[in-house]
Design a protein around this ligand. Structure first.
Ligand SMILES: [Mn+2]
Length: 317
């Protein structure tokens, strides 16, 4: 598959790279990293990045302004996006050929060519894999690319903390450091916290609830709370793992009010939770999923579902 992707990149002169809405460091790192590899390796090609920007992450990479006609005859590559409705900028569909590169379960197999690897911590790790495959065919890894891919890996592994971190993740991280990834600047940019968010973190730590003898946790950040602390929905979701390290905690649900729905993030240290997410208009990884509900009553149903999952769970030792 990597070979086919490289062939397509060589074949097309215009390449537009997309990723999911509300981008995180892996979305931007894989998108920006792949774009940079192509730019550095094939300077004659036109390479663009599409999608909305998030202020706190513009230090990583900036997007290009695209007009509709630029999609004519273009190769479109979509990174880190499991479902086509979540692709930022739906004009992706008007590309001549579409390639999906992702590490989420392949529930929506969109595109003409798909490379899905759920064993990868991040799509940034996959792009590093792609580079390592292609380096003998002329692919170039610059310092800028290394920094972008390193950010994506760091973002999706929670600084090498989550269970998706593997031996390969560390090997690639080491290679990215050797290639000049600017880790200090990166950490500074990624882990700065605004004062409102720091105060909200205090609220979350004081008010999260536990269920099923402390094995399940939950918090609901209502519209009122977000207004009181002056924190945006997207900023608030950075606190999703705030109480994950509490002793005994196996799985937790993080509810945040949006204007006309409640966004649910479900996380776990073992039990499989994406089935539960699917019951509530969502999906995702086995241990990291998202869902959407519409009423506060439904938060109780999600918590009940999580309690059941945890009660049926037997850890593999
Ligand atoms: Mn990702």
């Amino acid at each position: 598959m990597k070979e086919a992707i490289l062939e397509n990149i060589k074949q097309y002169n215009k390449i537009i790279i997309h990723r999911h809405v509300r981008p995180d460091p892996d979305a931007l790192g894989s998108q920006g990293g792949l774009a940079q590899i192509i730019k550095d390796s094939f300077p004659e090609k036109e390479v663009y990045m599409a999608g909305e920007e998030i202020g706190s992450l513009t230090f990583l990479v900036r997007m290009d302004e695209l007009t509709d006609d630029m999609y004519e005859g273009a190769l479109v590559i979509v990174c880190d996006t499991a479902n086509s409705p979540r692709i930022s900028d739906q004009r992706y569909a008007s590309g001549e050929k579409i390639i999906k590169i992702d590490h989420h379960p392949n529930e929506d197999p969109y595109g003409d060519l798909l490379w899905v690897d759920t064993s990868s911590s991040s799509v940034s790790e996959m792009i590093m894999d792609f580079y390592l495959f292609g380096r003998e065919h002329g692919l170039v890894l610059s310092k800028k690319t290394a920094t972008l891919l390193y950010s994506g890996i760091v973002g999706d592994t929670g600084r090498f903390l989550y269970s998706n971190t593997t031996e390969r993740t560390f090997r690639y991280a080491a290679e990215l450091l050797a290639a000049g990834a600017e880790v200090h600047e990166l950490y500074e940019g990624l882990y700065k916290t605004s004062e409102p968010l720091a105060r909200l973190a205090g609220y979350v730590m004081e008010n999260f609830q536990t269920h099923s003898r402390g094995r399940v946790g939950s918090i609901h950040l209502t519209k009122e709370i977000l207004e009181r602390y002056n924190v945006s929905v997207s900023e608030a979701s950075l606190l999703v793992n705030a109480f994950s390290h509490v002793e005994g905690m196996l799985a937790w649900a993080f509810f945040v009010d949006e204007p006309d729905q409640i966004r649910v993030r479900i996380r776990s240290k073992g039990p499989v939770v994406n089935g539960l997410a699917r019951q509530f208009n969502g999906g995702g990884h086995p241990r990291s999923s998202g869902a959407t509900i519409y009423t506060p009553e439904e938060t109780k149903e999600v918590i009940r579902g999580l309690i059941e999952i945890v009660q049926e769970y037997t850890p593999v030792s």
